[in-house]
Design a protein around this ligand. Structure first.
Ligand code: LLP
Length: 430
């Protein structure tokens, strides 16, 4: 954006729906999702046999229903996410198909993926007979006791990892995730002893790494696949596909990434003499760019030489900036007609904590952003907030969770009501 070009930072619509009308109808702060962007992101990955949505990124039932209709299956990391998947219409099991060596094995509609079973999730998995992706060997015996003879996926930590922040790096010694790659022979013995078979292999090294790093996983997975052998019918590249948050960031070369994985799969098919299903498990890629936080500017003030816009959303609404120093594009939806030239501003929220700043770098340093001159009552839109946005929102400072709206065909539909203050104290007693 050219310095001072205010028009490029102005947004009045999301997917054809007026932002001012949405804010008027549903209040602020408000999460708004563009259904067509989510569908497009699903189509972008159509080359893969299975797209498994990591619903932790955005688990509203309407979003799950939307991706289900787009042919996408889900991952669940808790009993709560299993419940969401069922409520959104996912069956526990794939329809039984006649199997031959030329057919792909069916995809599990829901896979429970975690490093532990808490007691609720083990109960749900056992009751529904869900497929499990095990991130620790202890899960094997715990599952075998409840579901004798089950087939499982192993999540392997290949000994290296990458992520947009140390907190989202899920491989290497610094990560608690997955079964350590050198332990595989021992874990296979434990699985056999417990009477389980290993049908799937999965690696996820982190979120928001670049594709060059993600590509290293394919070689590592292939080596582990050889150790597991012919029982394998599914391999998963995990999630972690990056999206461009900053203007200078480019879209990932998904075609090249698929080709690499497809070649890995084909070599394994040749070796094992049967088909292998190739899965990818994106969270962020499917929903990040579809999501917007609509906030209202409630104060404009100067602290010495720095100007602040204070909005009614805080890190209780969108935690990524305070947690990871994440950058989110912002635009202004002014109440009036013509925005004036851009100026550098810091943007903060309402919480009683100085870290409640949307314009911050890793380490908590307050930065600024060029935005058109704004006034109290204007709306500010925080963009690319559809992944790890609402799902990581909290009730800190006793703020109700915001409402969520899905815009489709130019029409905004409320898909989660704003919490009330009564909701805030539900279950509490004096
Ligand atoms: N599969 C597994 C096993 C995962 O743990 C995750 C993310 C994904 C798939 C999806 O990753 P994605 O495609 O969305 O990068 N709160 C952080 C991200 C945490 C990711 C946790 N696991 C953030 O806001 O960036």
């Amino acid at each position: 954006m050219a310095p001072g070009d205010a028009s490029q930072s102005v947004r009045r619509e999301i997917a054809g729906a007026s932002i001012a009308d949405l804010a008027h109808a549903h209040g602020t702060p408000l999460y708004v999702y563009d259904a067509e962007i989510i569908r497009q992101r699903c189509r972008d990955l159509a080359a893969w046999d299975t797209i498994r949505f990591a619903q932790k990124a955005c688990s509203n039932l309407a979003v799950l229903d939307l991706v289900r209709r787009a042919g996408v299956v889900v991952d669940a990391v808790s009993a709560g996410e299993i419940h969401r998947a069922l409520a959104a219409g996912y069956p526990a099991h794939a329809p039984v198909a006649a199997a031959s060596a030329t057919d792909l094995p069916p995809a599990h509609p829901i896979v429970y993926t975690a490093d532990i079973f808490d007691r609720d999730s083990l109960d749900a998995v056992a009751r529904l007979g869900l497929h499990v992706n095990c991130g620790s060997a202890d899960m094997l015996e715990q599952l075998a006791e409840r579901v004798p003879g089950a087939a499982v996926t192993l999540r392997v930590n290949p000994g290296f990892g990458h992520g947009h922040s140390q907190k989202t790096n899920t491989g290497g010694e610094g990560s608690k995730h997955g079964i350590w790659h050198e332990e595989i022979p021992e874990v296979l013995r434990r699985a056999e002893w417990a009477g389980l078979s290993v049908s799937g292999l999965h690696m996820h090294i982190g979120s928001g790494a670049d594709l060059a790093h993600l590509a290293e996983v394919a070689g590592s997975l292939e080596r582990v696949a050889h150790e597991i052998g012919r029982s394998l019918t599914t391999i998963s590249a995990g999630g972690g596909l990056p999206v461009p948050y900053k203007p200078e960031e480019v879209r990932a070369d998904l075609g090249g990434y698929f080709t690499l994985w497809d070649a890995t799969r084909k070599r394994l098919e040749d070796r094992f003499g049967h088909r292998i299903r190739l899965e990818i498990e994106p969270g962020r890629y499917l929903t990040a760019e579809a999501g917007f936080v609509v906030t209202e500017i409630r104060a404009v003030k100067r602290q010495g030489g720095r100007k602040y816009l204070l909005v009614d959303a805080g890190f209780n609404t969108l935690a990524r900036p305070v947690l990871y120093g994440s950058y989110h594009p912002m635009s202004l939806c002014p109440a009036g007609d013509s925005p004036t030239a851009c100026e550098e501003v810091a943007v903060g929220g309402p919480l009683c904590e100085s870290g409640d700043i949307f314009t911050q770098a890793d380490g908590g340093f307050v930065t600024t952003r060029p935005l058109p001159a704004a006034a109290v009552g204007d709306l500010l839109v925080i963009e690319i907030a559809g992944a790890y946005g609402f799902v990581m929102a909290s009730n800190y400072n006793s703020k109700p969770l915001p409402a969520e709206v899905l815009v489709d065909g130019g029409h905004g539909r409320l898909v989660r009501a704003r919490q009330s203050v009564a909701d805030l104290v539900r279950g509490e007693t004096v």
